[in-house]
Design a protein around this ligand. Structure first.
Ligand code: ARG
Length: 461
């Protein structure tokens, strides 16, 4: 029997049922839908629409259904379109006439929006928690990296040496913005749509403020049309995850490079690498590649939903059923990637010699030579040209840069000492820069920032 058997004489054609059905994935919303129903029942009792015994019968029936869903014994019938239909049908079987009153003053439109918001709030907290774990791994590795340095790159050409700690912390700061975005989205979506009905509210004495508070929402909707048609919260969550996925993709790409024989900066633990089915010598960075690959899918989930939303008139349209699968998928996939990346970073080893050898090329100190000249009052553009000329001469003549610098009338042996291994990175002394003194400050800040976000997160659960 359909929910609308009074109005439409026949049941659904099989091809309509096949297209319409969403129970195969929206069963994910069961816990939240039942929670929403408990609050709705309390609202109906408070408004005098249900008697106390009816309310109790409904609460008990909802508990039975929750247990049946949890242990998998719930029976799903072919005519059960979605999880909301299943729960209402089963509650009505258990509670009889009281069950038939469950949907009073409520539409699936406000019901599904409520359940999905509850689900999404929880998912964002879980995702943010996993991001924090990865950040903590990066900070631990940064602290343990001490004074180890490697080349910093622009245009993927060696530019200036940077501390490995600085490099790892750069990723951790980006992830920190992801945590902040996830929690900001959570705060914005913390609005209950329950009580909006199909689109216009109700003639019955419902209590949307009471149900919002009972469900832990910060407030209720202000406009019933907006309440049932708004999927900004889904789009925002998908964006937050897509951008997080892009950060992880960039980190993955970097680890793919670092573990090549060409770079040789890092070695993955055997537990966090794969081999080849054919080539016996291979060791592959599949976690990093999957992080890179999954980001395409996460972007697709976002753009797919945006396209679904763009032409919709107010208020609810069935198109909105297409909101769930992309978010369920993005949340699941980002969780897998975050956990695997945390494990990969925790267990990788750094090849200090390869990092240092690549960073110690004297031209990595070219800017220090130019700044040495600037300290003598030479305009920077001129200093740049002098040092650039020496680098070019060294390359064309084969005479090493140290010799040319030592012999140069404006530079000499003091300047040549700037080219000694380790000097360039030690000379990066400005706040937020790549040298040991300021990086130590930075890591302290990062540590404190992560601890503060952990405390903030605890207030969300
Ligand atoms: N499964 C549907 C969804 O997720 C439930 C809402 C159906 N509402 C309606 N008016 N037909 O959107």
């Amino acid at each position: 029997m359909t929910l609308w058997h009074g109005r439409l004489e026949s049941g659904m054609a099989p091809e309509l049922a096949a297209l319409s059905v969403s129970i195969q994935y929206d069963i994910e919303l069961a816990v939240d839908d039942i929670r929403g129903s408990h609050a709705h029942v309390d609202g109906l009792v408070a408004g005098g629409i249900l008697t106390d015994p009816e309310g109790s019968a409904l609460h008990q029936a909802l508990d039975v259904v929750a247990a049946e869903i949890a242990d998998g014994s719930i029976e799903i019938l072919p005519e059960d379109e979605d999880i909301h239909t299943v729960i209402e049908r089963r509650v009505t079987q258990i509670a009889g006439d009281a069950g038939a009153k469950l949907h009073t003053g409520r539409s699936r439109n406000d019901q599904v929006a409520t359940a999905f918001r509850l689900w999404t709030k929880r998912a964002l907290v879980e995702t943010a928690t996993s991001v924090l774990v990865l950040q903590e791994v990066l900070v631990e590795r940064a602290q343990a990296a001490a004074d180890l340095y490697l080349p910093g790159y622009t245009h993927l050409q060696r530019a200036q040496p940077v501390l490995l700690a600085h490099h790892l912390a750069a990723h951790a700061w980006a992830l920190g913005r992801d945590v902040d975005r996830l929690l900001a989205s959570h705060e914005r979506m913390d609005v209950s749509p329950l009580g909006a009905g199909a689109l216009a509210g109700s003639s019955l004495p419902l209590d949307p403020d009471g149900t919002a508070a009972a469900l832990g929402f910060k407030s209720r909707f202000e406009n019933s049309l907006d309440a049932v048609s708004d999927r900004d919260f889904v789009a925002e969550a998908l964006f937050d995850i897509a951008l997080l996925g892009i950060h992880l993709s960039r980190m993955g790409e970097e680890m793919v490079l670092w573990t090549t024989e060409e770079f040789g900066f890092a070695t993955l633990a055997d537990t966090h690498a794969t081999g080849s089915s054919m080539l016996p010598q291979k060791k592959n960075a599949d976690i990093a590649e999957l992080a890179r690959g999954k980001s395409g899918r996460l972007i697709g989930n976002l753009t797919g939903l945006l396209a679904t939303l763009k032409g919709l008139p107010l208020a609810y349209n069935r198109d909105l059923q297409e909101d769930k699968e992309p978010l369920f998928d993005s949340v699941q996939q980002i969780g897998l990637v975050l956990d695997a990346m945390a494990g990969m970073y925790a267990t990788a080893t750094w090849n200090a010699e390869a990092m240092r050898a690549a960073a110690d090329s004297p031209s990595g100190a070219a800017i220090d030579l130019a700044e040495h000249l600037v300290a003598q009052g030479i305009p920077f553009r001129q200093a740049h040209a002098i040092v650039g000329g020496l680098v070019a001469e060294s390359l064309s003549s084969g005479v090493d840069l140290v010799t040319l610098v030592s012999q140069h009338e404006l530079l000499g042996s003091e300047a040549a000492s700037l080219l000694e291994p380790g000097r360039p990175v030690a000379n990066r002394t400005t706040a937020g820069g790549a040298g040991p003194v300021v990086v130590a400050d930075q890591i302290e800040q990062l540590d404190a920032h992560i601890a503060a976000e952990r405390a903030r997160l605890a207030r969300f659960v």
